[in-house]
Design a binder for this molecule. Structure first.
Ligand code: SF4
Length: 361
């Protein structure tokens, strides 16, 4: 490096600093990584009472999580600022059921009107009625739908949900996508691993993988934030061999319905990051704030105590396990905290960029 040209334009050198320097304490202190993915919570309310849901943790511990819906003005400001920052993916859900928000379609259309993001969301699909399916097929890169096995098991775990309604909404969505000759939205079914779903997991994957693009089996969390890692031997071994850096604070931000900001989807008790609120600060300032720097430093200094809920969390493992294999007619992808099953023949038809986008949901 020529010292004169560095002094003339230091930023051009800082921008070309090798990516791995960002993961050091120097990088955490002095560099701002690129914010790639913003998750926005339209509402934390839900019409269901699923056994394993994070809101059950809040209920059990008598924590108060005031329910509400996001102001559309705030949502639009977040979208505008995210677009200016070059954010690549927007996720439209956090802890509640996003389709409960009365302006959900408007919000989705507004986000898509920027032509800047891949947009996706997770839903229980009970409320994924025909007119919402139309908007989803037109504007979304991916959708994740939660199901917990076949009828009896699903309805026992997802209290208040109807297997028949969800199944018919999934099929209608796939039919609409086909009728438009599209490969998007990428449709993924999410099943949470539990003793109740264990018995029918294989037949569930066999059945649904013929209809949707991917079936994903997710590990469940203990209320101390650690994972109940048992499905996934590779993750178990990685967790045992010692803690590694979690990438979330380097690329991801979640904004709750009331504007509070949190670091990842593992903030089960919705503490948020102290002092940060999208009502009072721009996304850029939040991302560059001393609060965020301190979180990154806690990782690079191997403390993992900021925020406090990082301490026992095993979710970091997902950034260090990524194993693909072909077995029994499936292409499987082990992402550390989940296992994805693609029909080998279907998987080949899905464009890599679609898979990449859908993995950001
Ligand atoms: S270690 Fe866990 S709690 Fe901490 S940022 Fe990563 S996912 Fe979130």
């Amino acid at each position: 490096m020529n010292i004169v040209s560095f002094l003339k334009n230091p930023m051009s050198y800082i921008k070309s600093v090798p990516a791995h320097i960002q993961w050091t304490s120097f990088g955490a202190r002095y560099l701002t990584p690129k914010l790639k993915s913003v998750q926005i919570e339209p509402t934390n309310a839900c019409h269901l009472r699923c056994e394993m849901c994070t809101s059950q943790v809040i209920d059990k511990e008598s924590l108060t999580a005031k329910k509400g819906i996001m102001d559309v003005g705030l949502f639009e400001r977040i979208i505008d600022q995210s677009s200016e920052l070059g954010v690549q993916a927007i996720g439209l859900n956090y802890s509640g059921e996003p389709l409960i928000h009365p302006e959900f379609k408007r919000m989705l259309k507004y986000a898509e009107s920027k032509k800047a993001f891949s947009i996706g969301f997770n839903t229980s699909a009970d409320k994924l009625v025909s007119d919402i399916q139309d908007v989803v097929v037109e504007h979304c890169a991916g959708i994740g739908i939660s199901m917990e096995g076949f009828q009896e098991t699903h309805e026992k775990i997802r209290r208040g949900s109807s297997y028949d309604v969800v199944s018919s909404h999934v099929q209608e969505l796939i039919d609409k996508r086909k009728s438009r000759n599209q490969t998007t939205p990428h449709v993924k079914l999410n099943l949470t691993k539990s003793s109740q779903t264990e018995e029918e997991t294989k037949s569930f994957i066999d059945h649904w993988s013929q209809i949707v693009d991917c079936v994903q089996v997710n590990e469940c969390y203990n209320s101390d934030y650690s994972l109940k890692v048992s499905f996934n031997e590779d993750s178990k071994d990685t967790v045992k061999s010692g803690r590694l850096l979690c990438h979330e604070p380097w690329h991801y931000m979640a904004i709750l319905w009331d504007g509070r900001v949190t670091i990842c989807c593992n903030d089960l008790r919705q503490h948020g990051l102290k002092g940060l609120n999208a009502n009072d600060m721009s996304i850029r300032d939040i991302w560059r704030s001393s609060v965020y720097k301190s979180v990154r430093l806690s990782q690079t200094n191997r403390q993992y105590t900021d925020p406090e809920f990082c301490k026992n969390c095993d979710e970091w493992v997902k950034h260090h396990v990524n194993i693909e294999s072909q077995k029994n007619g499936y292409r499987t992808v082990n992402n550390g905290t989940n296992m994805r099953f693609y029909r080998a023949e279907n998987g080949a038809q899905i464009a890599p960029e679609v898979l990449e986008r859908s993995s950001l949901i």
